[in-house]
Design a protein around this ligand. Structure first.
Ligand SMILES: Nc1ncnc2c1ncn2[C@@H]1O[C@H](COP(=O)(O)OP(=O)(O)OP(=O)(O)O)[C@@H](O)[C@H]1O
Ligand SMILES: [Mg+2]
Length: 469
């Protein structure tokens, strides 16, 4: 069942329950209101009757009192009226006898009598009678009693028809309110469910690969917030998808270029061998060696990334000296810097004491950062400066190279991130895999340190490693 139908069913059930409770409340309230009105009315009749009896007793023959006496019988439910004196002798009586007994109403079979006077129910030839009598003191002296006989069946019928009339009005109003409620519920469920439907549609579109699909901007309520969260999530998915595409294309490129290089060298060796130019073969073998080393480095980096991502990297902690490690890295890169005509220097401010860390991993970090400085510098110098501060040892690698645009600095330490080289006048063939700084940052942070970069494009860059001691 759809969420809209469930909501509709729930709200309609709720509406029906409210209507049922209202009906019951109305019925019981109205029933007791009608019963107490009737009680009051009957008592007032008895009271008026006692007045008339007194009048007739005190001023016999007075015409108006007789007229009133007769008038009582015009009330349908009164079947007999009489007055008696203090000896119980009836001095006035009139009756109207309805020969057809009326059926009792189902709604009012019994009703409480008033507190004042004597109220008794009797059966008179199949007609149930409510006999009421009230004593009054006459002016002439002595007590008189007024008697009124009511037909209980007629009283109950009268009350019944009055309850039916108000109930009919109540049901008309309730039906109108119910219909309005149903329309309201239809509108509400539509308004509530619409954003959910839009979201389901968007999730389906994104699931089918249309990552550009977004939910139209909704209000500032929870649904609006959910829609904007969803859109943000879709943006991230799109970004990840683009990264994945870049990753696949960069991996393909990084794997293919050394393999193609090896293939070309092998073809060349074959040609040289056919032409018996054996003296040129070692040069090609040297190239093959370089290409395979590059391939190996790339595969190593990929393996390292997968280890980092699966949380399987461990450190082999022992005593290390950052000065010694930096010196090793500088010496290893000096021939490369020499080839490019770049001056390299290592400047150590104070005596650098031993600290604890994984020497191989830290060497890897320094080799990459100093290597980058040489790689991305065409002329000038590369300097490595080591200083200490309380709790820290600091290695600063400065170059006078091509520099890094300000907006790229935040991305430098991301996986596979390489700055578009064409815009910087730097041949893309000389770029690496874009994994070096990502791995370096991870290793430094694993040691509890941090790395920062700053640069002025065209003037040079500066990478600083803070290492805790
Ligand atoms: N000193 C620097 N001067 C200018 N650009 C730099 C410098 N260091 C890094 N970069 C830029 O940052 C990118 C990322 O460096 P990173 O060391 O992660 O990758 P890489 O050197 O290209 O490849 P890898 O180190 O994996 O062989 C580089 O491709 C380069 O564009
Ligand atoms: Mg590098």
């Amino acid at each position: 069942m759809s969420i809209r139908n469930k909501l509709l069913l729930f709200m309609l059930t709720l509406l029906a329950a409210v209507a049922a409770v209202l009906t019951l409340l109305f019925f019981y309230n109205e029933r007791s209101a009608i019963a107490s009105n009737n009680q009051r009315k009957n008592f007032q009749i008895l009271l008026a009757m006692s007045e008339v009896c007194r009048e007739i007793h005190d001023t016999p023959g007075k015409s108006s009192a007789y007229r009133y006496f007769k008038a009582f019988l015009k009330t349908p439910e009164i079947i007999k009226v009489s007055c008696s004196d203090r000896r119980g002798r009836t001095f006035m009586e009139d009756r109207y006898y309805n020969p057809y007994p009326h059926p009792f109403s189902n709604l009012f079979k019994t009703f409480p009598p008033p507190q004042t006077g004597v109220w008794e129910t009797k059966n008179d030839n199949g007609v149930e009678i409510l006999q009421a009598s009230l004593k009054a003191r006459s002016v002439k002296g002595g007590a008189i009693t007024a008697h009124v006989d009511f037909s209980t069946q007629l009283i109950s019928q009268e009350m019944d028809s009055s309850l039916r009339q108000t109930s009919a009005r109540f049901f008309i109003i309730l039906s109108l309110a119910f219909a309005a409620g149903c329309i309201g519920i239809l509108i509400i469920t539509r308004v509530v469910v619409k954003p959910i439907q839009l979201m389901a549609e968007a999730a389906r579109m994104i699931g089918s690969g249309r990552l550009g699909h977004r939910i139209p901007a909704a209000g500032g309520d929870e649904m609006g917030m959910l829609a904007s969260e969803f859109n943000e999530m879709a943006d991230k998915l799109k970004e990840l998808d683009e990264m994945k595409k870049d990753f696949v294309s960069s991996i393909t490129h990084d794997l293919r270029s050394p393999v193609t290089g090896i293939e070309l060298c092998a073809d060349l060796i074959k040609e040289l061998a056919e032409k018996h130019e054996y003296n040129k073969i070692p040069e090609q073998l040297f190239s093959i060696n370089e290409h395979s080393q590059r391939l190996n480095r790339f595969i190593d980096s990929l393996l390292e990334i997968s280890k980092i991502e699966s949380g399987k990297t461990t450190l082999d902690i022992k005593a290390v000296n950052l000065e010694e490690l930096s010196d090793r890295a500088v010496r290893a890169l000096k021939p490369y810097a020499g080839q490019k005509g770049i001056k390299m220097e290592l400047v150590v401010g104070q005596t650098i004491s031993d600290t604890r860390g994984d020497p191989d991993r830290l060497y890897q970090v320094l080799a990459n950062i100093i290597g980058n400085a040489v790689k991305f510098t065409n002329s000038g110098s590369v300097g490595v400066y080591i200083t200490t501060a309380p709790g820290w040892q600091q290695i600063r690698v400065c170059d006078t190279g091509i520099g890094i645009p300000e907006h790229e600095i935040k991305n430098l330490f991301s996986k596979f991130y390489r700055i578009n080289s064409d815009s910087r006048g730097y041949p893309s063939s000389r770029q690496g895999t874009g994994l070096g700084l990502f791995i370096a940052k991870f290793i430094i942070e694993q040691h509890g340190g941090r790395i920062e970069a700053k640069s002025s494009p065209g003037k040079g860059s500066e990478f600083t490693i803070f290492f805790p001691t």
